[in-house]
Write a new protein. Structure first.
Lengths: 507, 601, 316
């Protein structure tokens, strides 16, 4: 009897210790960031997902970058200007790598050559193979001469997949040395990454945080819960259903931007979607507001034209509704194509990501209303990517972001002459889109460029290399005490890690 | 209970009916979206509200039942059919087939089920067909085991062997024997599999590996509702409730089937409770070591209360052996168990008293009774194989008896006393390592460990070989003389009695019909039953042939009026059948319950 | 001795069969790891680069050569390198396996600690209130999908009551208090179903053993009820219980994926599912190998344990 009572008393005494300590127990000067997945590797030039990108941005920086307002700015480059037809000259600022060595033009040359090497697996290899030569007249000056006039070179240099590393540090078996505001001090694979501020960072007074800790929360509900309980200070990929709750919470703040979007891709070689009229019919048959409302809980916007962000100077308002919901027109188009009685087809998406699956369900329902019977194929992501890359589908749902807010950032997505990929259609159109994109890349005059891109948007509406569906809000949520973090606009939302250099926690 | 689990069968049938009838019910279309009203609560036209696409929740629940139940049922049937076939083939064909059948199941079991599901679904693409295939494979091993085990047990049956020798087709024979045997366990396995299938489908659909939308399924509904949990907790509640309820029904069905097939029936509390409503016992002084006075036991049956032991009175003094003789069903074992308070809980004493020295045992609280058991009063049971704990050494078990009463005896000495050679080594043996006779000797050692005043031996030799029987009887007789115990020797074997018992009591159908000194009773029985018993055994000189007694012992619930033995009695008179005769002392030291006792010899 | 050798031999054969089947399965499943690595973020992979990566990762060799290479590596204890980050597979497994084992162990402790006493008590009073409530609760717990229970626990204990953190992991050496706080809910979620199973099996076994003859003998010896329960009833009833529990624990080795996902607990199951999603062949094969070896080893151990528990088996 006594033993049992003692155990009971001991149990109740232990209960208060179960309460988790209040936020004050966090380390001062440290921000805890809830990541949605663990970076598969830390190769700075490979596209390894946005989580990897966010971490990379802390450790590595390139010649150019984007500011919190989304404007292009110099990072390692103090000044940049055109040099002749196809050349650009960059003047480097006074900066050093984490190993103390100064950043020189030789390092820039090395980095570009590594990326553009024939055997390189870098994300921007194709772009930098357009470089004819890199000249290093002096340690602080770099001249990059392109094979063709390339207006978009500074944009490419601002991509987080194109940082500058210390010469020789990316050779096989070595860890690339960067010059970013933080250094990695500890990693627990799959769980967390700890970083410490770089005391010699070239921007005085930055970074404001002493340490940065990334913790992985793969489950979105767990991620939000961690923010709400104070386990983390900042999370990415806020699930849309939680946004209202976070906004209503006075202790939390939400920053949203619309950059990523959902769209359909098509098999232009065989099948019912070879005919552009059929694709156009699909474009007009979809109730995009339903997608915004149900898949994204209203956190998004209808996207019924080419996916250029509204804030972009090249966005043409008159063309933004080109694919508006018009079921009568859709049926008429089908009749013109000789498929007035409807037809059966299969829509490829994935069960692994709810937003893809849910979007597919709505598309299926909407198309049924105009007589197209859609069956869903929902394999896992790896299979879906594989099928997409091999063109083994009729039409498919996808979601992505452009490379940048510049229209050229859409190249990989709308140029269907580039061959099948999970990200784009293939074998459709007449090559005019590819030509327009190439022209825009080489045009330096802003007015002429605008005209090219207006034409481009018209071409997209007519040829439907993709059918845009909806913008989705990309959210970062944080504790109210977090200041200085900015969710960068539009497609640059995944570059927001840059602003961690000026983020503070409290005070 | 031996009843079919009607309630769960009915519930399952109802659920299945609703699911089947889904297309006929007046429900909104489960796939029609109404995004403008998504997540709406219960209201007009939508009794349970609308889901994240505005589809009707109730319709989706009912159609979801179709999917989940169909998947579970089909998967279970396939697994059952193929699994049973595999198990049967393996068991019947032996050799390579057997190896393959059993080992392939081991491979399936080597795979974590969820991983197997992931791999299969990724290979074949998600969908209902793939889902059923995965579930079928996962449940195969269970059915294979049942069928295989069934064949194994049947293989050894003698008559199957005999039929084989006679040239009958062995396969046909086995199938006809095995299938009815395993039907029960297969049913149980099927209900287990069905329940697991429903749970697994929910889990797989949650991961996106199950049914493909827009087909409704409970698993998919839970997945979707989880995302909107904060806004619409009810949406999560409905599919969970239905899931839980369905699995609950299947589980209950499984349990019900298991107990329906279980021949043991339900067990109730074995721990003794205070004997209810026994009248106060009159104090009695007596020189007897044990005195049983008018003991009556009662038990409830579906047909009503019956009394398997009625008004039994016996006594035994120190140093005396009383034999209690009767056929099976006469109530002799129950009498012995009643004395020790070890009656099965369904049987209660409702009258009489049992005196051990100055204590009345039937009304003694359990704690006090425990002090008597194994101490002043002990019992030896019929089957030493099942009466000894197979996982403890016999030395420990005997030691346990000693320690329970703070005895001083040593185990080795006790083993020697009961005639077990090499006692030190035997003490470390396990029961299965000893022969039947040795085991019984060990039991006897346990019983006499604390020098009991009274020892009740319930058919101690029945389970032993004939040669060993005599040894054990001699042992008991010797021990009794040495310790001066009162011994009650219960048996159905009359010749045995002649050797060791001083007095005999004969029981028939719950009553004592005759009692008296052994030699007198044997030479001059005073009850027709006793005479018939004597005649039915081989006589010592082997000259007279045994005669059976026509008829059979009446069940306690169907006792004839008047004398219980009358229907089988050759001396029957009308008077025997009208009045129930009392047990009277008809001669000095001789009791008989027959009115024609003079003619009985 | 010979028996043991035979069993080990069969076990090794089983494990080999399993890894071969998995090797075949994963190589024939659509989806290419190199392509996936280069398709991150919706990028369109350059076929040239894919070929490069194939070469780097050794995927361009013929299948048989890859298989032989794997086996050779295995014999030397080398499980290869993950295709995603080139880190040795053994390292990732060595990180994750103890966490999953700890989770299972914690769940087992709770399940046994609750299930065995309650099952025993229910069996001693069949039809009583504990029996009825216990059976109902057990059936309820067995019918609750694990991911639902987990989510509800997070809702109640983390978001509403703020008693426990929502999820994640911190190592024992870094912060022991938090470590156990983070272990609590995932372990409880698994323990719930496990306890229900333990309860039912124990109840059945104890009810069965209690009516055996040797229990009656023990009573006839005047042994105290507590001792009878311990040495006679439980000692025999726990044999079938141990077998069932062993099998359940083995199954948990690969099946904790849903719990790990909901609670963000970085264990082995999650690693495996991620590896399959990424078609990281060496990682998948490595984990399946470890799981099969553990599972088969556990079965072997159970057989040996049976021999310890039941002396009749030792003879056979």
């Amino acid at each position: 009897m006594t033993i049992r009572r003692r155990a009971l008393v001991a149990g109740t005494v232990a209960l208060p210790f179960l309460r988790i300590p209040a936020r004050a127990a966090g380390t001062p000067g440290q921000l805890v960031f809830g990541l949605s997945s663990y970076p598969p590797n830390f190769n700075p030039w490979v596209q390894a997902g946005t989580a990897a990108g966010t971490v990379t941005l802390q450790v590595h920086r390139g010649l150019m970058s984007y500011g919190p307002d989304g404007q292009l700015r110099g990072e390692l480059a103090e000044k940049w200007e055109r040099d002749g037809d196809a050349g650009w000259v960059f003047t480097l600022r006074d900066a050093s790598f984490h190993n103390g060595a100064k950043v020189t033009s030789a390092d820039v040359k090395y980095s570009i050559e590594q990326v553009s090497a024939p055997k390189s697996t870098a994300y921007m290899r194709a772009q930098f193979q357009g470089v004819d030569r890199v000249e290093t007249p002096d340690p602080r000056t770099v001249r990059i001469v392109m094979k063709q006039p390339t207006e978009t070179l500074p944009l490419w240099l601002a991509a987080f997949e194109m940082p500058v590393v210390a010469a020789g540090s990316a050779d096989t078996g070595k860890t690339p040395i960067g010059c970013g505001p933080f250094t990695i001090t500890k990693q627990e694979r799959g769980v967390s990454i700890d970083l410490a501020a770089n005391p010699n960072f070239y921007k005085p007074g930055l970074p404001k945080l002493k340490t940065l800790r990334f913790v992985v929360y793969a489950d979105e509900t767990a991620r939000v819960a961690a923010l709400q309980t104070g386990d983390v200070d900042l999370i990415e990929y806020v699930p849309w259903q939680s946004m209202a709750g976070i906004e209503a919470d006075p202790k939390l703040r939400l920053q949203n931007t619309e950059g990523p979007f959902m769209y359909l891709t098509f098999n232009g070689a065989t099948g019912p979607f070879k005919d552009p009229k059929v694709r156009l019919a699909v474009a007009h048959a979809i109730k995009r507001d339903e997608i915004v409302k149900s898949v994204f809980y209203g956190r998004g916007a209808v996207l019924a034209g080419a996916p250029l962000v509204e804030a972009s100077p090249f966005h043409d308002k008159t063309l933004s509704d080109g694919w508006a919901y018009d079921p009568a027109r859709a049926k008429a188009l089908l009749a013109e194509a000789g498929l007035g009685g409807g037809f059966n087809c299969t829509l490829l998406a994935t069960a692994q990501y709810s937003m893809h699956k849910d979007t597919a369900e709505i598309v299926q329902q909407n198309l049924a209303a105009i007589g197209i019977q859609v069956e869903l194929a929902l394999p896992d992501w790896a299979t879906r990517v594989s099928l997409g890359n091999r063109g083994q589908y009729q039409f498919a749902v996808n979601g992505t972001t452009a490379d940048s807010n510049d229209p050229d950032g859409l190249s990989a997505l709308i140029d269907s002459t580039l061959g099948p990929s999970a990200a784009r259609s293939f074998d459709l159109g007449d090559g005019s889109i590819a030509k327009a994109l190439a022209a825009g890349r080489a045009e330096f005059d802003p007015t002429k460029r605008a005209a090219i891109y207006t034409d481009l948007q018209k071409l997209v509406l007519a040829q439907t290399p993709i059918v845009s569906l909806a913008w989705r809000a990309q959210g970062y949520a944080m504790a109210a005490a977090v200041k200085g973090f900015t969710n960068m606009p539009g497609a640059l939302t995944f570059f927001s890690g840059t602003t961690l250099e000026e983020t503070t926690l409290g005070g | 209970m031996t009843r079919l689990p009607f309630l769960s069968v009915a519930a399952l049938a109802l659920l299945g009916l609703i699911a089947l009838a889904a297309p006929l019910l007046p429900l909104p279309n489960p796939v029609t979206m109404d995004v403008a009203h998504r997540l709406a609560g219960p209201g007009a036209g939508h009794i349970l509200g609308q889901d994240e696409f505005g589809r009707d929740e109730l319709a989706r629940l009912i159609w979801g039942a179709r999917t989940s139940l169909a998947v579970a049922l089909i998967a279970t049937l396939i697994a059952c059919a193929i699994g049973t076939a595999l198990g049967l083939v393996g068991g019947l064909l032996r050799g390579i087939a057997e190896l393959l059948a059993v080992r392939s199941m081991d491979v399936v079991l080597c795979f974590p089920p969820l991983l197997l599901a992931v791999l299969v679904v990724t290979l074949a693409g998600p969908g209902t067909v793939t889902l059923i295939a995965v579930l079928s494979v996962l449940f195969l091993p269970g059915f294979v085991r049942v069928a295989y085990a069934g064949v194994l047990t049947t293989r050894q049956l003698d008559y199957v062997e005999a039929l084989r020798v006679l040239g009958a087709n062995p396969l046909r024979v086995m199938l006809r024997t095995v299938l009815p045997n395993i039907a029960g366990p297969l049913l149980v396995q099927a209900s287990l599999a069905a329940a697991a299938a429903v749970v697994l489908e929910a889990g797989l659909s949650f991961l996106g590996l199950g049914v493909v939308p827009p087909t409704p399924s409970w698993g998919l509904m839970v997945r979707a509702a989880r995302a909107t949990m904060a806004q619409s907790p009810l949406l999560l509640l409905w599919p969970c409730l239905v899931l839980v309820a369905t699995i609950f029904i299947l589980n209950t069905l499984c349990d019900g089937l298991q107990s329906w097939l279980d021949p043991h029936g339900a067990t109730r509390s074995l721990w003794r409770r205070r004997a209810p409503a026994l009248p106060a016992a009159a104090g009695l002084t007596t020189g007897a070591a044990l005195l049983i006075e008018g003991l009556t036991l009662e038990l409830d049956t579906p047909a009503g209360k019956v009394r398997p032991v009625r008004d039994v009175s016996l006594s035994v003094v120190a140093g005396e052996t009383l034999a209690l003789v009767g056929e099976s069903g006469s109530g002799k074992s129950l009498t012995g168990l009643a004395v020790l308070g070890l009656l099965p809980p369904v049987v209660r004493p409702v009258g009489g008293s049992v005196w051990l020295a100055g204590d009345e045992l039937l009304r003694l609280p359990d704690r006090a009774m425990r002090r008597k058991r194994g101490g002043a009063l002990s019992m030896v049971f019929q089957d030493p194989a099942s009466s000894l704990n197979p996982v403890h050494r016999i030395g420990d078990q005997i030691g346990e008896a000693i320690r329970a009463h703070a005895g001083r005896r040593k185990v080795v000495d006790l083993l020697t006393e009961v005639g077990i050679p090499d006692p030190a080594r035997r003490a470390r043996a396990y029961p299965h390592q000893l022969s039947g006779g040795m085991r019984q000797r060990a039991m006897i050692a346990m019983a006499i460990a604390n020098n009991p005043r009274v020892l009740i031996a319930d058919e101690p030799t029945t389970a032993l070989d004939v040669t060993v029987q005599a040894q054990v009887v001699d042992l008991l007789a010797g021990l009794q003389r040495q310790h001066g115990m009162g011994l009650i020797f219960i048996t159905h074997n009359l010749p045995l009695v002649a050797e060791i018992a001083g007095r005999v009591a004969v029981m028939y159908a719950g009553e004592i019909v005759e009692q008296g000194r052994t030699d007198a009773l044997f030479s001059n029985p005073l009850h027709p039953y006793t005479r018939a018993l004597l005649r039915s055994t081989v006589s010592e000189d082997g000259r007279a042939a045994p005669e059976g007694i026509p008829g059979s012992v009446p069940a306690p619930g169907t006792l004839p009026p008047g004398c219980v033995f009358a229907p089988r009695c050759t001396l029957r008179l009308d008077a025997c059948e009208t009045a129930h005769p009392a047990l009277r002392e008809v001669m000095p030291g001789r009791l008989s319950r027959c009115i024609r006792w003079q003619d009985a010899a | 001795m010979i028996w043991a050798a035979k069993r080990i031999g069969t076990s090794l054969l089983l494990v080999w069969l399993v890894i071969t089947l998995v090797f075949l399965a994963i190589h024939f499943v659509p989806g290419d790891p190199a392509e996936l690595l280069l398709s991150q973020g919706g990028a369109a992979p350059d076929p040239d680069q894919v070929a490069q990566l194939h070469e780097q990762l050794g995927l361009d060799r013929p299948l048989l050569e890859q298989y032989a290479g794997n086996l050779r590596g295995l014999v030397h204890g080398d499980l290869g390198q993950s295709m995603q980050d080139q880190a040795p597979v053994v390292d990732s497994i060595a990180d994750r396996l103890p966490r999953t084992l700890e989770l299972i162990a914690a769940a087992a402790v709770v399940a046994l600690g609750v299930g065995i006493p309650l099952g025993t008590a229910a069996a001693t009073r069949p039809g009583g209130w504990l029996d009825r409530i216990g059976t109902a609760v057990a059936a309820l717990l067995l019918s609750l999908p694990v991911f639902v229970l987990g989510t509800l626990l997070v809702l109640v204990f983390a978001q509403t009551l703020h008693w426990l953190p929502a999820g994640g992991y911190i190592s024992l050496t870094t912060n022991p208090v938090r470590h156990f706080q983070l272990l609590a809910m995932p372990a409880l979620t698994i323990a719930a179903g496990l306890a229900a199973v333990v309860y039912r099996i124990t109840r059945g076994a104890v009810a069965d053993v209690r009516q055996r003859d040797y229990v009656r003998t023990a009573r006839a010896k005047g042994v105290a009820p507590a001792r009878i329960m311990r040495r006679h009833v439980l000692r025999n009833a726990l044999i079938p219980v141990a077998t069932v529990i062993g099998l359940q624990l083995g199954g948990l080795l690969g099946g904790t994926v849903l719990v790990e996902y909901v609670f963000n607990y970085p264990g082995l199951s999650g690693l495996l599912i991620d590896a399959v999603s990424a078609r990281d062949y060496p990682m998948v094969e490595g984990i399946v190998l470890v799981i099969s070896v553990l599972f088969v080893g556990l079965n072997l151990l159970l057989d040996l344990l049976y021999g310890v528990l039941d002396p009749r088996v030792r003879q056979a």
